[in-house]
Design a protein around this ligand. Sequence first.
Ligand SMILES: [Zn+2]
Length: 442
Amino acid sequence: MQSIFRFSKIFLVINMQQVRRKKRRVRMDRVLILIGAGILSLVLIFGAIFGIYKLINPRIIADEYGKPNTIKLETDKVNSEVYKEKNKETGEKLIYAIHTPKFKNEIDQTIEEFVNKMIEEKAIVTHIDYESNEAFSQYKSYVITATLYESIDGINPLNVVKSEQLFINFDGDTFIELDDCLRGKAISKVAKENGATEEELKLSKITQTGVEVDVLGKKVNYPYDETSFVMKNENIKTLLKGDRIEIPKREIDPNKPMVAFTFDDGPSPGNTERILAALEKVGGRATFFQLGYLMENYPETVLAVAKQGSEIANHSYDHDWLTEKSLEDAKADISSVNDIAFSLTGNEILLLRPPFGAYNTAIKEGITEKLVMWDVDTRDWESRNTESIINMTKQYTYDGAIVLFHDIHSATIPAVEQLIEYYDSLGYQFVTVSELYEVKGK
Ligand SMILES: [Zn+2]
């Protein structure tokens, strides 16, 4: 009995203590709720004040839009402007937050024109900022982005009315365009894959891993590889051995007669240079369909052709029948010659004359080069006779004709020298096949 009572008493005491504790806890919760409500009210009040302050003070908006994203570059200084104005016509408040890089040369003017053009749009919020990037301690890239919003609500893609970018790339003090980075073959590939024209592609930025190309607003990354790049940097592999040879574009008078002399099977050191000298005398150019293995043997002659402004074209690697090869092998053959020409001159071959003029549908449809035959065969390879070559040419040549010679035959050279003088005296322009095609819209 005793023990049971004691037990009950102890139990009762414990139970009472629990009740008291519970009551105390309930009171504490109420206090916490009150404190919480207080804090919440303060947050709401300050939030509202901040919200109003934010509307009044554009600098805070500018902070929200991000501080200029910049890395330290020698020429890099930041132009930072934040201001408000009222649209005189509508009375709307307009906010401008503009961060642009600052240089000491004509780039500043390009940037200013871009900024002014965007300001002219009179959007509710005009936000211009930029990203800068340096690659291999040599290439500096700036992407300036202007985003125009139709509402004060800040960065919300739904409010964007317009977004435009300006790309600035340079190497010390030289501007860099897409064709200073990628070889022609690669540029055509990017254009083709993205359904754009080559003119629609822009170099957006140069990075440590590749170049970024802007295709009508879409960014396409082209990673560095051994065969597509022309950049001169020890970290970027290129086939190009020396400097690229710039070939100035000429004006051809479509109303004057013209002729495209073409020379197959070279380069032929000595002979080729004599033809170039004769062309140079009359300000003319011609097209040389060369063999890959001879180009490898006589790189100086290939360079002489390019430097004279004449056109280097493809006549296969070693004069094999392309029609006897699989399409894949024929393409590899053609491509190897293109790579040799590119490695020497930095320019792409656009034309192919297959050996023996032999091609099939698979080749015709499977290659990117234009197939070039001839209108006049001087049969110099057969006659090996200067007089005969001159007579054959005069007999068949007409305005706009493509004439076939071989600069490997010594009898051809004096014939060509005389024919150049002769057609020049008749007022003919000596054009490359590409020039002829361009004039004739082919
Ligand atoms: Zn040939």
